[in-house]
Write a protein that binds this ligand. Structure first.
Ligand code: SF4
Length: 223
């Protein structure tokens, strides 16, 4: 396995373990269940590491279920066509213009109900669940980064802020690793900045390059 993918698998393990801890302590306050898709509607930014992971997941799906993979690509391409005219960035690259002073306002008003192309509209399940972005892995329970956290509006209904805070689990261990992998992924893909799931899935990303991964040694086996 490529060093970047090995490290990404490590990142996913850390994030999924933290999410599992938060789910366990949150218990009945969580409303998440298969088929609940509110968080799959409305666009959100993803990193270039997320984009590479999603694309790899799509390639794997194409090997096991080509029809399903083809449907994902169709939905992604339709989404890119639909979203490009108002995209708050460069629709040719799919990169958000985050340094634009008007970016926040444009993003807030942008595609708030658009379905994720990885969402199977019939089953209400994610076709790329194992390759989903970090934001999808952590949304719902209170996962704390840099001293702050948010919860899904469908969860913790009626809970006090203290009850929510008692269930918070730190994600800080993952933060530095995610930043490092995102920088490596941006170098690998020659794309700098955040993007959307639709752009990641509609376009071919460059394959892993040994030259660009030379600064990343594989992570320890046991971690
Ligand atoms: S995070 Fe919210 S919208 Fe998403 S599955 Fe959980 S309850 Fe549903």
């Amino acid at each position: 396995m490529h060093a970047l993918e090995s490290w990404d698998a490590q990142l996913v393990r850390i994030v999924d373990a933290a999410t599992a801890r938060a789910q366990a302590v949150s218990g009945h306050w969580l409303a998440c269940h298969p088929g609940c898709t509110q968080c799959c509607h409305g666009v959100f930014s993803i990193s270039q590491m997320d984009a590479i992971r999603l694309r790899r997941g799509l390639d794997e799906l194409a090997g096991t279920d080509p029809m399903r993979a083809s449907a994902v690509i169709d939905r992604a391409r339709q989404a890119v066509s639909r979203l490009s005219p108002e995209f708050p960035g460069d629709p040719a690259t799919g990169i958000f213009a985050e340094s634009d002073p008007a970016f926040e306002d444009r993003f807030d008003a942008f595609a708030n109900d658009d379905p994720c192309p990885a969402l199977d509209p019939e089953s209400g399940l994610c076709d790329l669940y194992s390759a989903r972005p970090i934001a999808c892995r952590t949304f719902g329970p209170p996962l704390e980064t840099r001293g702050g956290f948010a919860v899904c509006e469908l969860c913790f209904v009626g809970a006090t802020p203290e009850e929510v805070a008692r269930c918070a689990v730190s994600l800080d261990e993952a933060g530095a690793l995610e930043e490092k992998l995102t920088a490596a992924a941006e170098q690998l893909s020659a794309r700098t900045g955040s993007t959307l799931v639709a752009f990641a899935l509609a376009r071919e990303l460059p394959r892993s390059s040994p030259d660009l991964s030379s600064g990343l040694q594989p992570p320890p086996e046991s971690e």
